[in-house]
Design a protein around this ligand. Structure first.
Ligand code: MN
Length: 244
């Protein structure tokens, strides 16, 4: 049986001119779905349900959860900070849904792959914090917003020796794409770092006690069809989701 993977979309509540304009609109880069589909899963775009009982029903029906990246940032108040820089902030409808879904997935030991902003979401959901803006707060860091296309690789990451990620990738150092201006500051108690960029920026986290709970700061969905490291991440996630 192919695993059913819930994928979170981005949401415009109808307060902007672009991305659906004044009509509440979901949107999601098709690559996230294509990667799941082509590597052996059934992707399902999730409604950002307000009703907690509906979220529980969704969790029970899914075999895995893919938390996607987002253009806008998580509201900093979720990790106890005021917004320090002027960046667009995500609709609370999305952040509330994803944070609750992370808690439910952890509780039910449902496999989770969290990409880019999704990794920041699981960290905040589980009690960690973020750097609100890497260039402002870590001025000597590498450029993490590459100017080349997202299918190009732009920096290395060092993979922690005993991590699940290391077992998945079978490599201690890989090159990744990079399209983020925020990163994890304090790691949530349940999570451990599984990879860092050469400047120390956290690029992947995972939970040891869980079946599969992995966050990556880069974008394997841009690379799965050409890069075996990206493909292995999706394949390992789908393998874990297939087991009940
Ligand atoms: Mn990066």
């Amino acid at each position: 049986m192919k695993p059913l993977i819930g994928v979170t979309p981005d949401f415009n509540p109808g307060n902007r001119e672009d991305m659906g304009g004044r009509e509440p609109t979901y949107f999601l880069r098709a690559r996230y779905l294509r990667a799941i589909e082509e590597l052996g899963g059934i992707p399902l775009i999730l409604p950002l349900a307000n009703e907690p009982s509906l979220r529980r029903d969704l969790i029970k029906k899914l075999d895995g959860l893919l938390l996607t990246g987002s253009g806008p940032d998580l509201p900093p108040k979720l990790y106890g900070e005021r917004q320090r820089y002027r960046y667009p902030v995500m609709s609370p409808r999305r952040s509330t849904f994803e944070i609750h879904m992370t808690h439910l997935a952890v509780e039910h030991d449902l496999p989770v792959l969290a990409i880019c902003g999704g990794m920041q979401t699981i960290n905040v959901a589980l009690g960690g914090t973020l750097y609100q803006d890497i260039p402002s707060q870590l001025p000597s860091s590498l450029p993490h917003r590459q100017t080349t296309r997202a299918t190009c690789l732009s920096h290395a990451v060092q993979v922690e020796p005993k991590s699940r990620l290391r077992r998945i990738l079978q490599e201690s150092r890989i090159r990744v794409n990079s399209s983020h201006h925020q990163s994890i500051k304090e790691v949530a108690p349940l999570l451990v770092v599984s990879a860092r960029a050469p400047d120390g920026v956290i690029e992947a986290v995972e939970s040891r006690p869980h079946r599969f709970l992995l966050g990556v700061q880069w974008h394997p969905e841009f690379l799965y069809d050409r890069n075996s490291m990206a493909r292995r991440i999706f394949s390992a996630f789908l393998r874990a989701s297939r087991k009940k």
